[in-house]
Design a protein around this ligand. Structure first.
Ligand code: UD1
Length: 340
C-alpha cells in the first residue's frame, strides 16, 4: 500500500520512513518544505534501506499545491502527518508563525483526506498538550491543562480538529499519537536529528557541547520541586516512536471496528531529570560534559512522564530502548555528523 508521510525529511518522519522501508512492503511518498530539514535526508534513507522514496517539495499551508500530490497519487491508503514546527521557545517568541503553520497544514491535510477518501490518518501530537500536572504518570484520560506554550496549544487544537472532523465522515479513521520526548538516532549512526540552527532540545544540545560545537550546556532551572531540582521528562528512542507509527497504521488498516479516533501516549513510562540525562550521556560517552545550572526557560513544564498501557493494549507497542541506548545512538550520530 502507498503511504503519504508529511515532514518525511524531518527527524521523526525520516526514522519512520526507514522503519517502514525496513519492515513492511509499503511504498512511501513524502512531502516536506525543508523549513527545518533538507533534501539530503532522502539520501541517508536510501543509504540505510537501499530503497527510494518519492518526494515533493511543498508547503502544506498551500492547499492547491498540496492537492496536486493527492491528485497525482489516487491510491494513498494512509497519511502520517508529522510536518509541523516544534520548538517550544520559538513558539513563545513567534506564536503566529506556529498557529499559521501547524494549524493550516493540518486543515489542508484533513480537507485532502476527505476529498480523496483516504481512510487512515496518524496525527503527530505531543505530551505538551497535558500542560502542568500534579498527578503522574499521565494517562490519555488525564484532563488537559492550560497549554504552557503556543506550540502546545497548536497540538491541543490539532487533536480537537482531527476529532471533530473525523467524526463527520464515517469512512475516515485517525490516531493521534502523543509523543513524550523523542531522542536518539538510527542504530547505523547514519541518520539522526540535524538541528538547522542552534538546537533547542536537550539531547542535541548535549551532543553538540560534547563535540565542541557549543561551549556549554545550560540546564534550565535547578529549583524545581523534583528530586534534584531539574525538570523531569520521558525520553523515548526515536526508533521506538517510529515503530509505533507502523503499528498504529497497521491497526487502522486491519481492524475495521477500531475506534474512529483514538489518542495514544508514546513514552517509556520512566521519568528522567535533566541531570540524570546528562549523567547517562557522560557514562556512555565516557567524558565529562561542560554544563551549568541557569534560570528556568519560559514554557517549560516541571515534570511529565507517561502511562503507556494504552499503547501496549491497543497497538501492541512496547518501547525497547533505555536512556543509555538513546544517548549512545545520539552520540554516535553526532560524531558521524561531524565528519559529513
Ligand atoms: C517539548 C514538549 C514535547 C515536544 C518537544 C518538541 C513539553 C512537556 N514537551 O519538549 O512534547 O515533543 O517540545 O520540541 O512541553 N533543557 C535544558 N537545557 C537545554 C535544553 C533543554 O536544560 O539547553 C531542558 C528543558 O528545560 C527540559 C528538558 O531539557 O526540561 C527537555 O527539553 P527539550 O528537549 O527542549 O524538550 P521539551 O521542551 O521537554
Amino acid at each position: 500500500m502507498k503511504i503519504l508521510i508529511t515532514g518525511g525529511a524531518g527527524y521523526i518522519g525520516s526514522h519512520t520512513i526507514i522503519e517502514i522501508l525496513e519492515n513492511t512492503n509499503w511504498e512511501v511518498i513524502s512531502i516536506d518544505n525543508y523549513s527545518s530539514s533538507s533534501e539530503k535526508t532522502y539520501q541517508r534513507i536510501e543509504k540505510i534501506t537501499g530503497k527510494k522514496v518519492t518526494y515533493y517539495n511543498i508547503d502544506l499551508t498551500d492547499l492547491s499545491l498540496t492537492e496536486k500530490v493527492f491528485a497525482e497519487n489516487t491510491d494513498i491508503a494512509g497519511i502520517i502527518h508529522f510536518a509541523a514546527f516544534k520548538s517550544v521557545p520559538e513558539s513563545v517568541e513567534n506564536p503566529l508563525m506556529y498557529y499559521h503553520n501547524n494549524l493550516n497544514s493540518l486543515i489542508n491535510i484533513l480537507k485532502c483526506q476527505a476529498k480523496y477518501n483516504i481512510p487512515n490518518l496518524i496525527f503527530s501530537s505531543s505530551c505538551s498538550v497535558y500542560g502542568n500536572l500534579t498527578e503522574l504518570p499521565v494517562t490519555e484520560t488525564t484532563p488537559l491543562n492550560k497549554p504552557e506554550s503556543p506550540y502546545a496549544y497548536t497540538k491541543q487544537i490539532g487533536e480537537k480538529m482531527v476529532d471533530d472532523f473525523i467524526k463527520t465522515n464515517a469512512n475516515l479513521k485517525a490516531i493521534s499519537l502523543r509523543y513524550f520526548n523523542p531522542v536518539g538516532a538510527h542504530k547505523s549512526g547514519l541518520n539522526g536529528e540535524v538541528p538547522i540552527a542552534r538546537p533547542n532540545n536537550l539531547v542535541p544540545y548535549i551532543t553538540q557541547t560534547a563535540i565542541g560545537k557549543l561551549e556549554q550546556l545550560t540546564v534550565f532551572g535547578g529549583d524545581y520541586a523534583t528530586n534534584d531540582g531539574t525538570c523531569i521528562r520521558d525520553y523515548v528512542h526515536v526508533c521506538d516512536i517510529a515503530s509505533a507509527h507502523v503499528k498504529a497504521l497497521q491497526k487502522l488498516v486491519d481492524d475495521k471496528n477500531f475506534e474512529q479516533h483514538s489518542i495514544i501516549n508514546l513514552g517509556t513510562g520512566v521519568g528522567v531529570s535533566v541531570l540524570e540525562a546528562i549523567k547517562a550521556f557522560e557514562k556512555v560517552s565516557n567524558q565529562k560534559l561542560n554544563y551549568k545550572i541557569g534560570p528556568r526557560r519560559a514554557g517549560d513544564v516541571e515534570a511529565i512522564y507517561a502511562n503507556n498501557t494504552k499503547a501496549k493494549e491497543l497497538i501492541n507497542w512496547t518501547p525497547k530502548f533505555n536512556i543509555d541506548e538513546m544517548m549512545l545512538s545520539a552520540w554516535l550520530w553526532e560524531q558521524n555528523l561531524n565528519k559529513m
